[in-house]
Ligand binder design. Structure first.
Ligand code: BES
Ligand code: MN
Ligand code: ZN
Length: 503
């Protein structure tokens, strides 16, 4: 898909511009956007809206053909809801509706007139980001392993966004950024959907190596021996039952000033979570191939910001292995020593994410990070608490952490990839007491996602840290089974905002 920017003026009007299709907005109260008005030469648009053929609700569309005096072959009316400020969600559904409509059209190029009635320069970038994401979302196919590929939709392949002349520079930059973000999201989806017999820790390492080569990132990949030397006994205890070698991946994008402390992302990369000896029940166990979506989101975000040439120092860390039962597997009750020196009683081998993350969180101390954010499909309990709408966000509650939490919440809102803050408090730590080790890897019943976050918190006391539990948001189950690419939009917006601050 090819995106460009276009403007209208007195000579090249919206009415006399030749195109396969022009998409313009209409509102719920039967009012027209200024672009729709400009196409309403003989009242055909007004008549269509008055007739009730389109509700104007976000996501509603109506295709009109061969309008008198209009050079474009088709005009697509798109509902924008009530006139006034558009929410990211409503705007997203409008753009998704355009994507659906364009995908089946007998035209190869089209124009989308962005709803510029009353938008600022910042809004132009926002509007372009969400339009590109919706159009690219419609394009993604998970057919890598099908012998016959899903037919690519015919439809509109070249899309121009019409914007105000004053916003043209911002709009062009926004397209570059949005495409980079879409590429990162696609990588995250692709890795998530790839099954565990293809997407092994070795495959994630290979993907990271290719990315480092293509985007000139620093890279280091530690193998089991090196992890043993670092005394990552907790991480390695999860890998013990598997024949697939574990990998510890460090990717560096040093786009900021040399002296600036890096922002560090840490992803959970369990390429398959059987539960280990605490074996999971069989139903929907295939979905545990998605237990590396935190890792995939770190790789996708690193790809996005590298393509954007973001002026910020960012280090992406991926801890990846399989969680399998076998004669060599860790058993419930086993006690392991983490890299931090804390001993852990593994009461349940299915609470493995925290066991690999705690060593990764200790490892990243060496970077003297500005902040650390870990991303993990950590707990089923987070799905019970928040469902699939919000990722769980956990931080301590002092001023520095409140600020980090607010940055992440704001990035979630701006990108439409939202998170909801959950508590971390000393009281929950009580639940993790062990009779035999410093800490247990599971707690007494209740608040499972909070207790998991409290476990991680014990390993993050040397820096400012946030944890995102993406168990409910990283993929969809059921008929629409597939990775969502979340929370790459949230993380990328978060890093974009930090780069702006650092500039
Ligand atoms: N990867 C799972 C969490 C998960 C389960 C994510 C289902 C998405 C859907 C994690 O490793 C796990 O198994 N967690 C356990 C923790 C429990 C043993 C304390 C869980 O949530 O049941
Ligand atoms: Mn598990
Ligand atoms: Zn898991």
């Amino acid at each position: 898909m090819d995106f460009s920017i276009k403007t209208f003026d007195a000579k090249n009007t919206i009415a006399n511009t030749k195109s396969g299709v022009i998409a313009v907005g209409v509102f719920e109260d039967k009012k027209l956007s200024s672009a729709a008005k400009a196409l309403d030469l003989h009242g055909a648009v007004t008549a269509a809206v008055k007739s009730g053929d389109i509700s104007g609700k976000p996501g509603s569309t109506l295709m009109l053909r061969s309008l008198d005096g209009i050079s474009a072959e088709r005009v697509l009316l798109v509902g924008l809801g009530k006139q006034g400020a558009l929410s990211t969600k409503d705007y997203g559904s409008a753009m998704a509706a355009i994507a659906r409509s364009f995908a089946h059209l007998g035209a190869s190029e089209g124009i989308i007139v962005l709803p510029t009635d009353s938008v600022t320069e910042r809004d132009t970038a926002w509007a372009i980001q969400h339009a590109v994401l919706a159009l690219r979302e419609g394009l993604y196919r998970s057919d890598t392993l099908k012998s016959k590929k899903d037919p690519a939709p015919a439809g509109v392949k070249k899309i121009a966004f019409a914007v105000d002349k004053a916003h043209i520079t911002a709009a062009k930059a926004a397209v570059v950024q949005a495409v980079a973000l879409a590429n990162g999201i696609d990588l995250t989806k692709e890795l998530g959907n790839l099954p565990a017999n293809f997407c092994t820790p070795t495959h994630l390492a290979k993907t990271a190596r290719e990315m480092a080569r293509d985007f000139k990132l620093g890279i280091e990949i530690l193998d089991r021996k090196q992890m043993q030397a670092l005394k990552m006994g907790s991480f390695l205890s999860v890998s013990a039952g598997s024949d697939e070698p574990p990998k510890f991946i460090v990717l560096k994008h040093m786009g900021g000033k040399a002296k600036d402390a890096p922002t560090v992302l840490v992803g959970k990369g369990i390429t398959f979570d059987t539960g280990g000896i605490s074996l999971k029940p069989g139903a929907a166990m295939d979905e545990m191939k998605y237990d590396m979506c935190g890792a995939a989101s770190v790789l996708g975000t690193m790809r996005a910001i590298a393509e954007m040439k973001l002026k910020l120092n960012v280090i992406g860390v991926v801890a990846t292995c399989e969680n399998m039962p076998s004669g060599k597997a860790t058993k419930p009750g086993d006690i392991v020593t983490s890299m931090s020196g804390q001993t852990i009683e593994v009461l349940n081998t299915d609470a493995e994410g925290r066991l690999i993350l705690c060593d990764a969180l200790t490892y990243v101390e060496r970077f003297k990070p500005a902040v650390v954010v870990d991303i993990a499909t950590l707990t089923g309990a987070c799905i019970i608490a928040l469902g699939s709408h919000n990722s769980g966000l956990f931080t301590r509650s002092d001023a520095a952490h409140d600020q980090l939490a607010n940055e992440l919440l704001a990035a979630g809102k701006a990108s439409g990839d939202t998170a909801w803050r959950m508590p971390i408090e000393e009281a929950y730590n009580e639940q993790l007491k062990s009779n035999f080790a410093d800490v247990a890897n599971i707690g007494t019943p209740g608040a499972g996602s909070v207790v998991a976050a409290c476990f991680l918190e014990r390993f993050t006391r040397k820096y400012t840290w946030a944890h995102l539990d993406i168990a409910g948001t990283a993929w969809k189950g059921g008929a629409a089974k597939g990775a969502t690419g979340r929370p790459v939009p949230l993380l990328t917006d978060f890093l974009l905002a930090r780069a702006k601050q650092a500039a």
